[in-house]
Design a binder for this molecule. Structure first.
Ligand SMILES: Cc1cc2nc3c(=O)[nH]c(=O)nc-3n(C[C@H](O)[C@H](O)[C@H](O)COP(=O)(O)OP(=O)(O)OC[C@H]3O[C@@H](n4cnc5c(N)ncnc54)[C@H](O)[C@@H]3O)c2cc1C
Length: 471
């Protein structure tokens, strides 16, 4: 029986492990933390009975993931739940704009921009599975759906600031900017429309669901598949060198390129070591997990029913804050993402005490305290929220890195989404998952298609690795 070792039990590592186990390999997963899941863990972070997602919370990419569909996570206990509204973007004074799962409902509420919204995102969301089958793999491949790829490329390659100006309304522009800001990269840069365009088109097809019981349900489902197929999972063991691993036909590394270089030492070909050494990280996250009695008193009506709320104000404001954090400047009013998962999953709350998940974009390695910046943004759009907060935990960029070594400097997507790293990750080469060491592959969010919980880095890497074995 062929053997595989997977280092790191994040969603990519576990997906790779599940794929290889299903193919009949004897798989062992080794995880440094005591609890598996990496960016998909959920716990009673603040108080008992109130469940917070420690990292990822909202899952358009997971719901649309071909890998997760193929593995059948729902058969292993994963259930998606849908808030009434996917995303709300409040503006000062109670106005704003919202992304609904229905494109018709979204367009109807965007006034003068409705028609263009429908024509921009309708064809894309209708063909999203074909677009994803091209987009969720390395750039260098022969496309099977060239027209869909071209349709998406046209919308994805320009800077988000250009795309946002296609609309007239302040709310529509801000909505697009807020969703594009998930790239954590200055919105005036080429390719920054890609994430916003993709997440909106996915939203209109698959929604922005949350996992019932918390994002850890995704982890549990993946781990269940590994165990069901005879795999083993070892926790609390941080791997420091490839030499310490037992002999295996395949080694999959759910790690950053620099960590791979450290573990491999002089086994790594010089060209690869050099390019892994050049891998760049982007801005960081500073997170507040709150327990809020009766929920947040939003001025904006749609925010009261939205799973995700983006607090950043207008397009111009978001463009400036994202530019500031990329230049190392902490903005006074940071861009804040708020998750209200309990609206779709009441098991997260304890009576009227509800978990609120919020994080701000801050400069890479930021060592200050962003607590008041985040609370002020909440208070700006929901006056009186402070009086409802009965518990709070904070996680700084440094805490993130301690929690998970893949979040270098607090960069929660394991690499800057610069145009060059979006197109060629983690290095320039025909096979981005191959490290150049026979049988050793990298499969983390630093590989195509990048950050987020979708398992596609792990899936693609496992398929590549398996093919190399049977060749
Ligand atoms: C605050 C926050 C909010 C987020 N929100 C979302 C969201 O809403 N939706 C979404 O899709 N994504 C979100 N993300 C991003 C998402 O969580 C990551 O992109 C995703 O988890 C990356 O998966 P991965 O498997 O590549 O790596 P990770 O999830 O980072 O897992 C890597 C694993 O490897 C382990 N490891 C590292 N080094 C070693 C070693 N030397 N030996 C052994 N084990 C090791 C780590 O402990 C970790 O468990 C968020 C992340 C954070 C932090």
């Amino acid at each position: 029986m062929s053997t595989a070792i997977v280092v790191g039990a994040g969603p990519n590592g576990l997906t790779a492990a599940a794929v290889l186990a299903v193919k009949g390999m004897k798989v062992t997963v080794i995880e440094g933390a005591e609890i598996i899941g990496g960016g998909t863990r959920t716990s009673e972070l603040v108080t008992s009975g109130v469940w917070h997602d420690e990292c990822s919370a909202v899952h358009p990419m997971a719901a649309a993931s071909p890998a997760f569909r193929l593995l059948g996570l729902e058969r292993h206990g994963l259930t998606w739940a849908y808030p009434d509204i996917d995303v709300s973007h409040p503006l000062d004074g109670g106005n704003g704009a919202a992304l609904h799962r229905s494109i018709e409902e979204t367009a109807a509420n965007l006034g003068v921009d409705g028609k263009r919204w429908r024509s921009d995102f309708g064809p894309l969301s209708d063909r999203i599975d074909q677009v994803l089958s091209e987009f969720l793999q390395p750039l260098l491949h022969i496309p099977q759906h060239p027209i869909d790829l071209a349709l998406f490329g046209m919308r994805a390659l320009p800077p988000a600031t250009w795309t946002a100006h296609r609309w007239k309304g302040e709310g529509t522009r801000a909505l697009f900017a807020g969703i594009s800001a998930h790239s954590m990269y200055p919105l005036g840069s080429p390719t920054t429309s890609a994430i916003g365009t993709m997440m909106i088109a996915i939203g209109h097809q698959y929604g922005w669901p949350i996992a019932v019981g918390g994002s850890r349900s995704i982890t549990d489902a993946l781990a269940g598949i590994v165990l069901e197929h005879g795999g083993k999972i070892e926790t609390g063991r941080t791997v420091v060198s490839l030499k310490e691993l037992p002999r295996a036909d395949i080694v999959m590394l759910d790690l950053t390129p620099q960590a791979v270089a450290r573990l491999a030492g002089n086994m790594l070909p010089r060209r690869v070591a050099k390019s892994y050494g050049r891998w760049k990280y982007g801005p960081a996250a500073f997170k507040l997990d709150l327990v809020v009695e009766e929920g947040i008193p939003w001025l904006n009506a749609e925010s009261r029913s939205a799973g995700t709320v983006h607090l950043g104000g207008t397009l111009d404001e978001i463009v400036q804050t994202e530019l500031d954090v990329s230049r190392g400047i902490m903005p006074e009013k940071p861009f804040v993402l708020v998750g209200q998962q309990y609206l779709a999953d009441s098991s997260r709350s304890n009576g009227n005490q509800h978990p609120i998940w919020a994080y701000a974009h801050v400069p890479h390695g930021f060592s200050g305290d962003a607590t008041s910046g985040i609370l002020n943004q909440l208070e700006r759009f929901a006056p009186g929220v402070r009086e409802r907060i009965v518990g709070m935990a904070t996680r700084s960029p440094r805490d993130f890195e301690i929690h998970n070594p893949n979040y270098v400097g607090g960069n929660i997507v394991s690499g800057a989404n610069s145009p060059i790293q979006v197109l060629f990750r983690p290095s320039l080469g025909l096979n981005p998952y191959a490290t150049g060491i026979p049988g050793v592959f990298i499969c983390s969010a630093a590989t195509p298609p990048g950050g987020g919980v979708h398992g596609m880095g792990g899936f693609n890497a496992a398929e590549t690795a398996f093919r190399s074995l049977v060749r």
